[in-house]
Design a protein around this ligand. Structure first.
Ligand code: NAD
Ligand code: ZN
Length: 345
């Protein structure tokens, strides 16, 4: 089969021919229908050799969807031909966190070397994908796989981030989204669907700000220090109730911290290397909370797919073939994508 692999540190990923994998006991093989291109892939491919921990060669793709093609020994209750979305942050399934659906925080993943597809295990940018357990499959039903595959990360991650701040976002509240890319443009929609808050979007790129408006942001501003006063003015000087930062470089963290009002949340989703001081008097407002969440839980992915079924989420997609996938990553790197790039093998 053909697969998109990261093979050499510092080099672009390549389309290669590899053996089609067979599902082992308890595993499920999907014929892949779609796989999303995430900035985290670009991040890991930018790491120097001494910090790169994902194995080589690595078949990319941690956002995956496909049709059940063959099941391994002992797999029950799953029918061939069923369209599925893949829950990516695989855990052991046995610990307390996994038992409550929070496999993204599995306590045994490190110990047993369990890694998500595309981030250690072979990913979905290939004709076939081995899913380690039926537990990591959610029925797509009528949802179009190409339109919705990115909900498995670009939907689930902001959903989890926002759900943790819902009690801070009653009507009259203000929420800020920094970075309106793959995750951020879905975050705007989740905020509109789940809250009555005023939604403000910040980005450095005008086309992304226009997309933010199209998907429901009430206000957009260029992401620069002057945005702090513009946003604070919208709240009558009080500060905002939650900031969701999908960039998290020092400049956006500082900006976010200067915008947050007392008891507000600052949620750090990006993998930028910035950090924030915490402590009495260290923050501009009283009793702010800072969280740095990772991905989301299995039940939350069911909720995200249901939100999409109800019409509340539309991922803006640019579609690429597997052969064109290296070009999709090049566009991502140069910030030339709008919404999410989706690869269709
Ligand atoms: P993306 O490239 O699609 O979007 C990034 C957006 O940020 C772009 O619109 C870009 O114009 C904008 N941007 C860049 N610099 C900016 C600045 N200074 N101010 C405001 N906007 C700026 O990326 P994505 O796939 O949406 O991922 C976003 C981030 O989230 C990445 O860092 C990614 O690694 C991370 N991520 C984290 C998790 C998690 O579990 N915490 C999961 C997935 C992705
Ligand atoms: Zn991702």
């Amino acid at each position: 089969m053909r697969a998109l692999q990261y093979r050499t540190i510092g080099q672009p990923p390549e389309v290669v021919e590899i053996d089609t994998p067979e599902p082992g006991p308890g595993q499920v093989r999907l014929k892949v229908t779609a796989s999303g291109v995430c900035h985290s892939d670009e991040f890991i491919m930018s790491l120097p050799e001494n910090e790169y921990i994902y194995g080589l060669p690595l078949t990319l793709g941690h956002e995956g969807a496909g049709v059940v093609d063959r099941v391994g020994e002992g797999v029950q209750y799953i029918e061939e031909g069923t369209p599925m979305a893949v829950y990516g942050p695989w855990g052991c399934g046995l610990c307390y966190e996994c038992s409550s659906g929070r496999e993204n925080y599995c306590r045994n993943a490190g110990k047993f070397g369990i890694a998500p597809p595309g981030l250690g295990a072979p990913g979905a940018m290939a004709e076939y994908l081995i899913v380690d357990s039926p537990r990591h499959l959610l029925p797509l039903g009528e949802l179009d796989p190409v339109q919705n595959v990115s909900l498995t990360d670009a939907g689930l991650t902001p959903y989890h981030a926002i759900k943790g701040s819902l009690e801070k976002l009653p009507s009259g509240a203000t929420a800020v989204v920094i970075g309106v890319g793959g995750l951020g443009h879905v975050a705007v929609q989740i905020l509109r669907a789940m809250t009555a808050a005023t939604v403000v979007a910040l980005d450095i790129d005008e086309a992304k700000l226009n997309l933010a408006t199209d998907v429901g942001a009430h206000y957009t501003f260029p992401s620069e220090p002057g945005a702090v006063d513009l946003v604070r003015d919208l709240t009558g000087g009080r500060g905002v109730d939650a900031v969701f930062d999908f960039v998290t470089i020092q400049a956006t963290l500082d900006m976010g911290q200067a915008m947050v009002g007392s008891q507000g949340d600052q949620v750090l989703v990006g993998v930028g290397a910035g950090t924030l001081p915490v402590g009495l008097g260290a923050t501009a407002a009283w009793e702010t909370s800072i969280r740095a969440p990772y991905w989301g839980s299995r039940p939350e992915l069911f909720e995200v797919l249901d939100l999409a079924r109800g019409g509340g989420l539309n991922v803006h997609t640019e579609v690429f073939s597997l052969e064109e996938a290296p070009a999709a990553y090049e566009k991502l790197k140069n910030n030339q994508l709008l919404g999410r790039a989706v690869v269709v093998p």
